[in-house]
Design a protein around this ligand. Structure first.
Ligand code: IMP
Length: 199
């Protein structure tokens, strides 16, 4: 069975393909569908619903969306829902690379002792306007003082998991799935749907 993933992020696509091996995960890009939702929500769940509904309204097929982000305690929970665009307000003329964004976080955190953070993942499985499943999970970690590891994507090189003694970017895909915000949110989604079907 096919699941339409409301994302243009190839890294998310490969994580979902790993987490949902029994499904064929396709993105709007794979199907040549324009997808550029206005992520105007003030929470991860709101944005996940916006993305899923935007794509569902175009295709009228079941859609899975993911809205995720990094919340850093010493930065008052920032970048939070603005994680994908972190730093754009300070550098409006140039398009920041992901590496620039990671380094900008490290600069802002320089000298700060309290480095606790969490990664959040909100999922919306949108079967129809009358059948929508939502889950949200998080994984706690620590912002490193320098980048570590080559795996994964996004902020993985600066997000350290104490129990593993490694950054997300130093984990294999399977190790990351076992404890990541996205892995947990998918497992909660599976449980929710099973409970609904069994009820
Ligand atoms: P979204 O695509 O609007 O949900 O934005 C998510 C932001 O969080 C992007 O900047 C991603 O790179 C980042 N992000 C989400 N999940 C992860 C992850 O598992 N590792 C590292 N960065 C992530």
């Amino acid at each position: 069975m096919r699941i339409l993933l409301a994302s243009s992020n190839d890294h998310k696509k490969s994580e979902f393909s790993r987490l949902l091996p029994e499904f064929d995960i396709v993105t709007p890009k794979d199907l040549n569908i324009a997808f550029n939702p206005n992520e105007s929500g003030s929470s991860f769940i709101e944005n996940a619903i916006i993305k899923a509904k935007d794509l569902y309204d175009k295709v009228h097929l079941p859609v899975l969306s993911d809205d995720s982000g990094l919340c850093i305690d010493s930065l008052g929970g920032k970048p939070g829902v603005h994680t994908a665009r972190f730093g754009d307000d300070e550098f409006p003329d140039g398009k920041l690379t992901q590496r620039d964004r990671n380094l900008l976080i490290l600069v802002k955190m320089k000298g700060i002792e309290k480095r606790s953070a969490h990664f959040v993942c909100a999922l919306c499985l949108y079967f129809s306007p009358y059948r929508i499943y939502l889950t949200q999970e998080e994984t706690v970690g620590i912002i490193t003082e320098c980048e570590k590891g080559e795996n994964g994507f996004g902020y993985d090189p600066i997000f350290f998991i104490e129990e593993m003694g490694k950054c997300y970017a130093e984990l294999t895909g399977e190790e990351k799935d076992a404890l990541s915000h996205r892995g947990k949110a998918i497992r909660s989604m599976r449980k929710l749907i099973k409970e609904d079907i069994d009820a």
